[in-house]
Design a protein around this ligand. Structure first.
Ligand code: X2X
Length: 357
């Protein structure tokens, strides 16, 4: 008790010192003349257009203080898209709009979106990205020294091949299918009887052109952008087996070098550009997308839509893979995701019933 007065005095003295001492200037890092912004696909995909909008809005609203150059086609990583997140952490790249699939090698929790047949429609994707799961994944990104700003979307991934229409796992037997960087995809395609081959997107386009592989899986927007119909991909099965969200992010040191005002501009622009990008990615398939289906048809691509019974057979065949990866991804997180998807399905049903009156 007797010490308290003494401690109080020290406290006051310290507080005064803090107030009266001139603040040491924080060593502000100068702005760079240009910032690199990486994406894996082509600039003309919805993913590319949304990214370019982000860069343009930031340049305009900061009056050129933050001048961003878009580098599409994974050129900053020499094509190796699985290295994008590491390059970003290390400051080799300043900014990116990257896929959860490509970054899952650094953050295994991102595989939650690639658990086969977990998701049912866009509402369930939103239930994950805009809910607890999304917040938890943002924390994981922050822990790695990267600042996450907004969720965009590549889309539901569909299966294409040059051999035959696929309606059952038996139809996939022996097909050589290109898969992306996560081993989860190897497991899925092996379980379905296909022969998965890991490749970057650039390699995949070349291998498809050279007919070294039979098929691939990607959203239709990516299929159309690469005009895979012109390299013999004549069959598409719409199975919505996984979806890949994309994240708008900035390297931590770069972020810290900007003024609070400029950070606000970058964050707001990321959120606006992401909303635009998601709309574009979905509309391509919905309104304009009806045109896309007709166009695909006109180009001689046979589009197969699975009946619920047919789809169920794919779900059953990949169930063991789902269970194995549920543990690898983290049971807590996957259970949260399962609950969010279920809640969403329940609320969607009640809305449908409500509007039927
Ligand atoms: O490589 C792919 O398939 C792509 C373009 O969709 C991704 O970057 C995940």
């Amino acid at each position: 008790m007797r010490n308290q007065g003494w401690r109080g005095l020290v406290g006051v003295a310290l507080a005064l010192a803090v107030i009266t001492l001139p603040a040491r200037p924080v060593a502000a890092q100068p702005y760079k003349a240009e910032y690199t912004l990486s994406i894996v696909p082509d600039a003309e995909t919805p993913w590319g257009k949304g990214t370019r909008l982000w860069a343009d809005m930031v340049r305009e609203r900061t009056r050129g203080r933050i001048n961003i150059r878009l580098h599409p086609n994974a050129t900053l990583m020499g094509g190796d898209q699985t290295r994008e997140f590491t390059a970003l952490r290390q400051g080799v790249i300043d900014m990116a709009v990257g896929s959860t699939i490509n970054w899952s090698s650094a953050i295994p929790e991102f595989n939650v979106f690639s658990l086969p047949f977990l998701l049912h429609g866009y509402r369930s994707v939103d239930a994950l990205t805009q809910g607890d799961v999304g917040r938890e994944l943002f924390r994981r990104v922050e822990e790695q020294g990267v600042v996450p700003l907004a969720w965009g979307e590549n889309g539901f991934r569909q299966l294409s091949n040059s051999r035959r229409a696929i309606r059952s796992p038996e139809d996939m037997r022996g097909l050589r299918i290109r898969v992306v960087g996560s081993l989860l995809f190897n497991d899925i395609f092996t379980a379905l009887g296909a022969v998965p081959t890991q490749m970057t997107w650039g390699e995949a386009i070349r291998a498809l052109r050279a007919r070294k592989i039979d098929g691939q899986e990607n959203p239709i927007t990516i299929f159309n952008n690469a005009r895979l119909d012109t390299v013999g991909q004549r069959y598409i099965t719409l199975w919505d087996y996984v979806a890949d969200p994309i994240l708008f992010v900035v390297n931590r040191q770069v972020w810290d070098s900007w003024s609070p005002h400029d950070r606000d501009i970058v964050r707001d622009a990321a959120m606006e550009a992401a909303r635009f990008e998601v709309t574009l990615a979905r509309e391509d398939l919905l309104s304009a997308g009806r045109g896309t289906w007709e166009e695909l048809d006109a180009r001689g691509v046979k589009v197969t839509r699975l009946t619920p019974e047919q789809r169920q057979r794919f779900i059953d065949a990949t169930r063991p893979v789902y269970m194995k990866w549920k543990t690898l991804v983290g049971r807590d997180l996957v259970e949260k995701a399962e609950a969010a998807v279920k809640d969403d399905t329940a609320s969607a049903r009640s809305v449908a019933i409500g509007t039927r009156k």
